[in-house]
Design a protein around this ligand. Sequence first.
Ligand code: ZN
Length: 104
Amino acid sequence: MKNRKEAEVGGGGHHHGNKGNCKKTLTQMSEYVDDDLKGPGKKSLENHLASCKACMAVLNTLKKTIEIFRVSAPRMTKSMAKEIRRGIKYEIAAIEKKGDDHGT
Ligand SMILES: [Zn+2]
């Protein structure tokens, strides 16, 4: 017997209202962990992090990733650091992509 209920589409009951902010935060995240983000941009990012568990979780993951690299490669060259940053951006892009379908 087929009785497949369609998942709610477009309803978006329990989503954050500030999803646009999340996206902005995620794009600036690599700069932030690199300490390249200064001034009001940094401030507003921190404000968002304080109120958004999802972005905070991403930040913690990134920090851990960077720490692992730092520990395993203490004499990190500039190009290695660049590679890591690229990986972080890739990770963020994946998270952004994943953001929409929350199910499965
Ligand atoms: Zn957020």
